[in-house]
Ligand binder design. Structure first.
Ligand SMILES: Nc1ncnc2c1ncn2[C@@H]1O[C@H](COP(=O)(O)OP(=O)(O)OP(=O)(O)O)[C@@H](O)[C@H]1O
Ligand SMILES: [Zn+2]
Length: 586
């Protein structure tokens, strides 16, 4: 049966609308390759594929559109070239770049799509796409897998839970003192080698300026020892940059694995209830450093003998030193052999000193790359559900009906059912992303004054009296107390893509967020918004005399007449988005 009639049989007459759709697929990795195939099979009109990465050897086992010859080629472009021979009607477009790059992909880029599919592997990009879809009110089909687990979440902006509504699990971290002074597991040594030693030696940042936070250590002496370590490493880094002969291997080894450990040994407090580190297992190190070179031993991946460990350390260090001297920006990458082997061997030397089991290349790669093996089948299943979920977009006329028909799909822990589904849930009213109604304002910043913007806002959204206008980064541009700026052109305060927060001075309506698109000679075009009434009654906070204690008013250097509100709250949670401005009272 031809694809067209098959689709018609499956989904009915309305499936002919697939051909009119323009969709964006973000990510051409494990799920992305599968989704591209599924969307093509649905005869979607235009499929735009975006990915920042190039193909690695380790992608080939599951990213079935890529071949060995494609290694180092752009994922999005290769994926599209690979399906060229499929029998399909979709028009395909590839973009190589990060979706976070606002120069390459401004908000107006996303505006052209009916649907966006996320096939990403990190929270930052997922949070970002979630926001873009909220601004533009575009349905987002979010998917992800870890090993045998996976899930697909259709997100209909403001009607269902968005990606930020539920806090995401934090990646596992360890106390600094465990990593720096008292490791007891292989993962502690690998984390030390990757996140501390490797970045101290090879990162382009000025490591001299890095501060040690004494409160993270249980013991003052320990904090002092760590501070010394960092300063001395910064000196070694200078030697790496300027000399880089084989001497450096011995110097670095003796500093990190002898002097620093001796310093720790002197802190008796640390070893009262722990086994002391010892040099017994590495005492013959100078023997193995006699004939070092940049070639790796053929058995270096095994890491089963002291010779393999030490020689891998020496070769990887020398190779990285060469790269560093060539001004290469070296970052840890599990698929970059030199960086992986350096981390592997350095962590194994540390393990020998702390009497911890050593690990081979395979294990270190898993742990250092935080990898749960990706499973091709899970990717294929979740991509399939993502494509199928989006069929509701075409079969139903509006988002409310789409929500009713759509389901969230996830893996099941029961053995008699592979996948489960559940109804979509309403947004979390305190979600940092979707609890604030968002929209896009098109405006000519060079010809419009702040006063004109204020008047237009009041008129369009029926604010009773007045508004306060701020930027997302907390600059107060206007309130009833700050009228001096009203005659000024907006270019003096904001740019294209600035996000504005508009607050109702009467406290009747909730805060709104407007994304600025600068357009020359354009009138002020404000979005149609359904602004909810304020959830917290002002009277609830009236007795709170210290309301302003959590903000400071300071001068902005560029615009001296603008008040700048700086929050003293320091909410550093990486996996939850920043708390919304509406939580503060202005
Ligand atoms: N900011 C971003 N912009 C564009 N593409 C992105 C961005 N962040 C991640 N991606 C892409 O999302 C895809 C996710 O796919 P996947 O989870 O299979 O990861 P991978 O990098 O291909 O594989 P692995 O991490 O297992 O080696 C990757 O191709 C990655 O390049
Ligand atoms: Zn939300």
């Amino acid at each position: 049966m031809a694809v067209d009639s098959y689709i018609k049989k499956m989904f009915g007459e309305k499936s002919s609308q697939f051909a009119d759709a323009k969709v964006l697929l973000v990510g051409a990795g494990g799920i992305g390759c599968e989704l591209l195939k599924d969307l093509i099979m649905m005869n979607i009109g235009e499929i735009h594929v975006l990915d920042l990465d190039t193909i690695d050897l380790s992608n080939l086992n599951r990213q079935f559109l890529f071949r060995h010859k494609d290694i180092k080629q752009s994922k999005s472009k290769t994926a599209i070239a690979a399906v060229e021979f499929f029998n399909y009607k979709s028009k395909l477009y590839a973009y190589h770049g990060s979706v976070l790059d606002t120069n390459l992909f401004p908000l107006s880029f996303f505006k052209q799509f009916n649907i966006i599919y996320n096939a990403l592997d990190n929270l930052e990009a997922r949070f970002y796409m979630n926001r873009m879809c909220l601004y533009l009110n575009i349905p987002l089909y979010e998917s992800g897998t870890t090993g045998l687990k996976g899930q697909v979440q259709p997100i209909y902006p403001y009607l269902t839970e968005c990606f930020s509504c539920v806090p995401k699990e934090t990646p596992k971290t360890f106390p600094v003192c465990t990593i720096r002074s008292t490791p007891s597991k292989p993962v502690h040594c690998i984390t030390w080698a990757k996140d501390f030693l490797f970045s101290q030696l090879f990162s382009n940042e000025d490591t001299n300026t890095q501060e040690i936070d004494a409160s993270e250590f249980t013991n003052e002496e320990e904090a002092e020892a760590s501070k010394k370590e960092v300063n001395e490493l910064a000196d070694l880094k200078k030697i790496i940059a300027n000399e880089g002969d084989n001497e450096i291997v011995i110097k670095i080894f003796e500093k990190i694995f002898i002097a620093d450990i001796e310093r720790l040994l002197k802190i008796e407090e640390l070893w009262k209830s722990r086994e002391k580190p010892s040099f017994e297992q590495i005492k013959d190190y100078d023997h193995f450093f006699k004939d070092i070179n940049k070639e790796y031993l053929t058995t270096c991946k095994d890491q089963s003998t002291l010779e393999e460990i030490l020689k891998t350390f020496a070769s990887s260090l020398l190779r990285l030193t060469d790269r560093f001297k060539n001004n290469e920006n070296i970052e840890f990458d599990k698929d970059d052999e030199d960086t992986l082997f350096f981390v592997m061997s350095a962590s194994n030397i540390r393990s020998l000193i702390f009497n911890i089991p050593t690990k081979n290349e395979f294990d270190v790669k898993q742990i250092a790359g935080n990898i749960i093996p990706a499973v091709a089948t899970t990717n294929a299943i979740m991509a399939g559900f993502s494509a199928l979920s989006s069929v509701n977009y075409f079969l139903e006329n509006d988002n409310i009906n789409r929500v009713v028909k759509s389901k969230m799909v996830f893996d099941s822990s029961s053995t008699d059912k592979v996948v489960n589904s559940s109804k979509l849930i309403k947004p979390n009213p305190s979600c940092s992303a979707c609890s604030i109604v968002k929209g896009i304002i098109t405006i000519d910043l060079s010809s419009t004054t702040l006063g004109q913007l204020r008047d237009k806002l009041i008129e369009k959204y029926n604010y009773g009296d007045d508004v306060e206008i701020m930027t997302l980064d907390s600059r107060l541009l206007y309130d009833f107390d700050l009228e001096d700026n009203l005659e000024e052109k907006l270019t003096n305060f904001i740019n294209d893509q600035t996000v504005l927060l508009i607050n109702d001075s009467d406290e009747k309506f909730d805060l709104i967020e407007l994304y600025v698109l600068n357009s020359q000679n354009s009138e002020i075009i404000l979005p149609e918004l359904n602004i909810p009434l304020k959830k917290i009654k002002p009277s609830e906070n009236e007795n709170d005399e210290n309301d302003d204690d959590d903000k400071l008013l300071v001068d902005n250097e560029e615009n001296n007449d603008i008040k700048v509100t700086v929050s003293l709250d320091d909410d550093d949670d990486l996996v939850e988005e920043q708390p919304p401005m509406k939580k503060r009272k202005f």
